[in-house]
Ligand binder design. Sequence first.
Ligand code: ATP
Ligand code: MG
Length: 314
Amino acid sequence: MSLAPRLVCVGEVLVEMVAEEIGQSAAEPGHWIGPYPSGAPAILADQAALCGADVSMIGCVGADPFGDACLARLEGDGVDVGRIARDRELPTGVAFVRYHEDGSRSFIFHVADSASGQVDAAGLAGALEGADCLHLMGSSAFSDRSVGAMLTLARDASARGVRISFDPNIRPEMLTREAHLQGLREILGRASYVLASEGELPALLGDGSDTDWARVLLGRGAEIVVIKRGEKGCTLLQRGGSEEDVPGTPVAEVDPTGAGDCFGGTFLAAVLQGVPPVQAARYANVAGALSVTERGPMSGNRRLDEIIDRLAQG
Ligand code: ATP
Ligand code: MG
């Protein structure tokens, strides 16, 4: 039996196509590079497995080469893919991402009606058996079905005393329904670990600063809230009042997609293995930094020993 902490991740497993040029149009022919195995929960799952967690991914892909690519990558890095179904009729989902001059991104998602969108509440019985933590992400809230599956798992986790980790990971292109936002607020309220980017807590909860909302969540039962701040690193707030800015690692950014998920997978794997949260945040900052130095959402995923070596180099 494995002594590694057992982490269950759920959500979209898909491939990503990345625009080659900054400022590239999606309305005219251009060069797109991919397919890269992706999906925010899948990136996090992959990174957590590389960092020593016993990770099980719940999702669905098509019976096509894109699905093969996703499964091969996850399985190769040690993720248990036994709960990733293969839809025989629908193709694997695709996300197209392109970057603007100001560093922001736009997505076109072909997910909700693809195989990647077919995770539903039926068939999830037993998924949390033996789990230490369930990780959920706002980017998975793209349909009534997916939100239903997330809420079913979140309520089951709460009932079993399995900790929930939640990254709001808001994708405005997908998150257009008030009922879905409401579902995410429920999950946020159940979470022990909240891993949010700057601006996401106010976007979900209303006026106020990230840290104000983090303190509210800690007062309501969360154990740890992290605010991810891109190249600046992160702020770690813990139950009991400790608050610390943990500085980022300077790198040359090539592709920011996946940084938050790499951060999250590293942070969770470390904390669940008993690493003190501030040290876990240092590891996670390095993991996030390394992830942006390569094109492709999982291309910069790294094992924990490499991350620790890099941190030691300063
Ligand atoms: P995404 O949703 O694109 O995966 P995010 O918005 O959730 O990302 P970010 O704050 O962009 O999260 O990045 C997560 C972490 O990765 C940061 O807290 C930081 O540690 C690291 N990071 C991100 N970008 C950079 C960068 N340019 N240089 C150094 N570290 C970075
Ligand atoms: Mg994010």
